[in-house]
Design a protein around this ligand. Sequence first.
Ligand SMILES: [Fe+2]
Length: 181
Amino acid sequence: MTASKKPDAIALLKEDHRKVEDLFDKFERAREDRKAMLVKQICTELSIHTMIEEEIFYPSCKGQIEEDDLLEESYVEHDGAKVLIAELMDGSPDSEFYDAKVMVLSEMIKHHVKEEEKRSEGLFAQARDAGLDMEALAERLMARKEELMQEFAASLPPPQTRSFTGHKLVQSEPVEAKPVD
Ligand SMILES: [Fe+2]
């Protein structure tokens, strides 16, 4: 092994995954007054992570990896998560369904992480097998991440979807408990 560790795109993206998993764990144990701050951190981390994957990592994988379908699923998964991110950014810990939205977002991210990190057939394994230049990619990912961190420090903009195209949702009210008779 060499003494100086070279940057590696996959290691970098995995680090993001660990960081956000840790924040979700913290949220589960958090006191009420810390929840908003943790959610802000989760939303910021995820916004930056999805953006650098979508702008840099996925396009570099396209046409190179075994299953391009995986990339399409990733865009859709990200967009699904962004709906919850937008909901959470718009709410506060005393909003109805707030904790449930955080929990469901956490489950979605767990699934996303599994799809990417799965041994031999996951997206990262396929990218590694395709022989992508992970060092060059890491440099680009890091540079963009740095830029976005600065940009989002003051306030986080609404997430941008890449696969969802102008869906129309009707906002309705929660249904109250109603005993059968
Ligand atoms: Fe990821």
